[in-house]
Every structure is written in structure tokens, then in C-alpha cells.
Design a protein around this ligand. Structure first.
Ligand code: CP
Length: 323
């Protein structure tokens, strides 16, 4: 126990380097801030036996999950992260709430905050919603995914997973494959990975991958088979049909033929390629089951690291409130 408090005290010195009340996106973070979050997550992971044990770092604090879109991983992970830190949690879902009676999004946020909530974690289908909430509320706001804009903690957990397996980002080629146009995970990965020094390729059908991505300093590719031999990390993104007004390709079968990571493509990939996916995965569309569950897959490591990253983020934003 004495060791744990000493360790917590030592981690506490990072508050002096963290200056933000909110985590809204990775676009606005510096390289140093990204590394600080990843280092803090790694230390929480060590300190709690892989995020298994509870500590009292946020005892007396309350974290509210405001989810206006469905979620399995992110909601559960934020909720568990808060509880592992000793905080209380409040779960809000749009369905069954007073939004149906005409209450506005901002009023909903203000009413939740009025119950002495310290952090609001928000997922919403509209880009910029967490930024708006951060302007209107006094508590800390964390973006858990705003439409196709950003999903900062997903980007961070992806980067923590890559760092654990590869150590350095410099010299690594990371390919994001699939529905780049509608992917908040792609945007957060691009901002983060570029700052950390990785080479990033975005790859998919031309209806989902614009040449304009090159303006962010990433390589644009349309053939997975062409780029595969030089890829170190392959992050397979889901086709987000729910965000599309027209079908971006003739059939799912054709998409899978060109872009699904399967056993045959694995034989042409680098021997130590890392297979990642933010989830939910559609087996047989972006990845086949043998690859998703195979020895190169770190998909469930990503989920585990989500807990560590979210512990770090909650702790940092609350620590800033205290400071
Ligand atoms: N990766 C991700 O955000 O998953 P959920 O939609 O299940 O939270």
C-alpha cells in the first residue's frame, strides 16, 4: 500500500505538465502532451496490475457518461476506468431520457452537471458537440466520439498498443484501411501518429478516400495489395453505412475482395505485421475471422489498453480542475 501511494504521488508530478480541463481532440495536442497521456496510461496499467485493481485516485469524484450514440467498448471502458480510480459513475443514454420531451442537449448537460458531476464523457453523432459542451459547462469534458470528427481516446489506445508492441513510432508505416471519409478513428490516429513520427497511409475505395488527405501529410492509396508489403501496422476500419447517404461501392462482397485482410493477404504481409481494428468488427468484411483471431491480431489488447488510457485521461482532467 505504501508503494502504491508513493507511486501515485510520483505520477502526481505530471499534473504540473498537464494544462487542459478537457480532452476534445488530438488535433490540438502537442507531441509532448500525447506522450504524457501514453506514459500516464502505462503507469496506471502497471500500478493496477493491468487495470484490474481499484485505487482511490478519484475517490469522491463523479464521472457521467452521456451517450447519444450506441457504444459497447467506449462506454464500458470509461465507466470501468472511473470506478477503478474510485470515482462514482452516472450513465445517461439518449433513449429513455427527457430529450424526447423537448429538452435541449445543453440543458441536458447542465442538469447532469448540476448533480455535482466532475467529468462529462460525451458521445454524439454531431461533430463539435463536446467542444460546445466544454464552452457551456464548468466541469471537465471528454470526447468519446463526435460523429465522423474525432475519437481521441481511441486514437490514444491505438497508439499505446503500437508503442507496447513496437517501442518507437519513427520508422513505422501504419495503414488505416477502409471508410476513411466517415471515420473519427482515422482522424484521431492521423493527428496522433503524425505527431509521434509514424508514416501514415490511408487506403480504401476512392469514394471513401479523397486525395485531399494528402494535405495532412499522409499517403493516399487505393490498393491494399500494393501497399501491403511495406506496412508494419494495419488498422482495419469498419464501413460506416449509418453515416452514408449512398452506397460507396457496388457490394460488400466486392469491398471484401479488394480490402478485407484475409489469410492469403497475410502470407504477403510483413512477418511481424500488427493487425488492429477499433471495433466493432464486421467479420468477413474488413477482416476475416482467422486473421481477427490470429496470432498477429492485437484487437483485444487495444480494448484492454482503452481502460488504461481512459484512467489516465480522467485522472489528468480532474487533476487540472484541482490545480
Ligand atoms: N471503438 C469504439 O468506439 O467502439 P464502440 O462504438 O463500441 O464504443
Amino acid at each position: 500500500m505504501a508503494t502504491m501511494s508513493m507511486e501515485l504521488e510520483e505520477i502526481g508530478t505530471v499534473f504540473r505538465q498537464w494544462t487542459r480541463s478537457h480532452l476534445l481532440d488530438l488535433e490540438g495536442l502537442s507531441r509532448e502532451e500525447l506522450v504524457l497521456i501514453l506514459d500516464t496510461a502505462a503507469r496506471f496499467k502497471n500500478l493496477t496490475g493491468g487495470c484490474r485493481h481499484k485505487i482511490s485516485a478519484l475517490q469522491g469524484r463523479t464521472v457521467a457518461n452521456l451517450f447519444f450514440e450506441n457504444s459497447t467498448r467506449t462506454r464500458t471502458s470509461f465507466s470501468l476506468a472511473a470506478r477503478r480510480l474510485g470515482a462514482d459513475t452516472v450513465e445517461f443514454s439518449a433513449g429513455g431520457s427527457s430529450l424526447s420531451k423537448g429538452e435541449t442537449f445543453i440543458d441536458t448537460g447542465k442538469n447532469i452537471e448540476a448533480m455535482n458531476v466532475d467529468v462529462v464523457v460525451v458521445r454524439h453523432q454531431t461533430p463539435g458537440t463536446p467542444h460546445l459542451l466544454a464552452q457551456k459547462l464548468d466541469c471537465a469534458v471528454v470526447n468519446a466520439g463526435d460523429g465522423p470528427h474525432e475519437h481521441p481516446t481511441q486514437g490514444l489506445l491505438d497508439m499505446l498498443t503500437i508503442r507496447e508492441h513496437r517501442g518507437e513510432f519513427a520508422g513505422l508505416t501504419v495503414a488505416l484501411v477502409g471508410d476513411i471519409a466517415h471515420s473519427r478513428t482515422a482522424r484521431s490516429n492521423i493527428w496522433g501518429l503524425k505527431k509521434l513520427g509514424a508514416h501514415v497511409i490511408v487506403c480504401g475505395p476512392s469514394t471513401l478516400v479523397s486525395r485531399r488527405w494528402e494535405e495532412l501529410g499522409v499517403e493516399v492509396a487505393y490498393s491494399l495489395d500494393d501497399i501491403l508489403p511495406r506496412v508494419d501496422v494495419l488498422n482495419l476500419l469498419r464501413i460506416q453505412f449509418e453515416r452514408q447517404y449512398t452506397r460507396p461501392f457496388p457490394s460488400v462482397r466486392e469491398y471484401a475482395l479488394l480490402y478485407a485482410m484475409n489469410g492469403e493477404r497475410m502470407r504477403r504481409a510483413k512477418e511481424d505485421i500488427l493487425i488492429m481494428a477499433p471495433g466493432p468488427i464486421n467479420r468477413g468484411v474488413e477482416v476475416t475471422p482467422d486473421v481477427a483471431d490470429g496470432s498477429h491480431s492485437v484487437i483485444l489488447d487495444q480494448v484492454k489498453n482503452g481502460l488504461a488510457v481512459r484512467m489516465a485521461v480522467l485522472w489528468l482532467v480532474v487533476g487540472h480542475l484541482e490545480g
